[in-house]
Design a binder for this molecule. Structure first.
Ligand code: SF4
Length: 443
């Protein structure tokens, strides 16, 4: 029988890496604990029956029989007395990409407000939204929210979702109607701007005040959990199910295939090519020469080789992008805390065939490398002027929408073209690029 090689990351979460509990040659079962942590980390469970074939400092590799892929039974986690213990036993970490161990958030202290983050911040990632369309999974999310609010004694639950999803909002409201248990839940409608789902931006939307970048939501009586994390908590409480599955979105223009496809409940550890096909097959069906395979969303993803990507607890999916724009001239970089970092901008600049002559960081980046007011621009004229002085003819930015508009207002009068790190990605799926004005010189 054909085998599929799975890889389970020991390092995907925030905190200490997990240590393998298995050795090469061991046969493991679906749901079995294969990695654990002695400190602030996360437990790792196998998502399939199989045999351990390799262990590296970062991964446990398990060969799975293709015939076993449909099996639904699993080893259950032990019964726990509290939600934080359940999260610990189930190996739940932040599903939105942060990867912070959820049991640590739940254990911190009681809070007054729970924020359920369904913002799906990265444009055209739809897997969270897809979860809410289905009545069964919507049920799990809403009850998961109620369980969590009870556990942390929150008086209020803000369910945060972009206002553009009006049909889904209506569906959620209809589902909650007249149910006493959901009275604490208020829908918080968000703008369709990046990074509207940043946790401090969500809290600001509800309270009109900013948590300083060096402080955490629990210091301000708030807890923010991704909508998929809450769904995973529900499954762990109700069915004693360890975290073995992930929802993702894949985007690319293929002949005879949907441009954007969501996949719910994909095995953690599965090689992505088992879903997407391998690179040589894909290149034949892609409607344009591949720019890059971007693992993750447009703003925070990283360029990867499809062959090396395995589904992780923090995977969001990926984009098969259009080619990079080309500019064989002097380029300045402006780095944002919530978008591509300097390394990513240098990578893009290199693929644009540009010469990088200067780097500036948004002045809103605080001491711990986080933005003070995500999505609210402090003004970028000074940074653009410095890049001009360093010889830049054009600028490449990873800034938020608000800041990119400020960059445009400063750069265009100085005859400097502006590229955003997401341009070639957004153009892949016809999403409006990150600025209000688009000049010909920036193509
Ligand atoms: S204000 Fe600056 S650091 Fe903050 S999100 Fe906008 S560009 Fe990024």
């Amino acid at each position: 029988m054909r085998k599929i090689r799975y890889a389970f990351s020991l390092v995907e979460h925030v905190g200490e890496k997990s240590l393998p509990l298995v050795k090469v040659g061991d046969r493991v079962l679906r749901g079995e604990l294969i990695g654990d942590t002695k400190g602030r980390g996360a437990k790792i469970h196998s998502s399939r029956n199989g045999v351990v074939v390799d262990i590296t400092p970062t991964h446990i590799y398990i060969d799975v029989d293709e015939g076993d892929l449909e099996k639904k039974d699993y080893l259950k986690i032990k019964e726990c007395d509290s939600l934080w213990e359940t999260a610990l036993e189930a190996g739940i970490i932040g599903a939105g990409g942060g990867g912070f161990p959820t049991h640590l958030k739940l254990k911190e202290k009681k809070v007054s407000a729970l924020f359920i983050n369904a913002a799906q911040c990265e444009p055209n990632f739809f897997h969270n939204v897809e979860t809410l369309k289905n009545l069964d999974t919507l049920h799990n999310v809403l009850w998961g929210s109620v369980f969590t609010a009870q556990a942390v004694e929150a008086e209020k639950i803000y369910f945060c979702i972009k206002g553009i999803y009006s049909k889904i909002i209506k569906k959620i409201k209809t589902y909650m109607e007249d149910k006493r248990e959901f009275q604490k839940i208020e829908i918080l409608e968000l703008e369709d701007l990046y990074p509207v789902g940043e946790e401090r931006a969500l809290i600001n939307r509800a309270t009109d005040s900013w948590i300083p970048s060096h402080e955490l939501p629990h210091m301000h009586n708030s807890l923010v959990l991704n909508v998929e994390t809450v769904k995973n908590l529900y499954m762990a409480v109700k069915y004693r199910k360890p975290l073995m599955e992930k929802d993702i979105t894949l985007i690319g223009n293929f002949k005879n295939r949907a441009r954007i496809k969501t996949y719910l409940g994909i095995d953690i550890g599965l090689p992505l090519k088992a879903i997407a096909g391998d690179s040589s097959e894909l290149s034949k069906t892609l409607e344009y020469p591949l720019g890059e395979f971007l693992e993750g969303g447009a703003n925070t993803g990283k360029s990867s080789s499809l062959e090396e990507v395995y589904i992780e607890k923090i995977s969001g999916g990926g984009v098969f992008t259009l080619p990079f724009p080309q500019f064989r001239g002097k380029l300045g970089l402006l780095v944002c805390a919530c978008g591509g970092d300097e390394k990513r901008l240098r990578e893009i600049g290199g693929k644009m065939s540009s010469e990088i002559v200067g780097v500036q960081h948004c002045k809103n980046i605080g001491e711990r490398g986080k933005c003070e007011t995500p999505g609210k621009c402090p003004g970028q004229a000074e940074a653009v002027l410095k890049l001009k002085k360093s010889g830049a003819m054009r600028v490449l930015v990873s800034t938020c929408t608000d800041c990119t508009n400020t960059v445009m207002r400063a750069a265009i009068p100085m005859d400097m073209g502006v590229y955003h790190s997401t341009d070639h990605i957004y153009r892949t799926f016809d999403y409006p690029i990150t600025r209000d004005r688009e000049e010909e010189k920036c193509q």
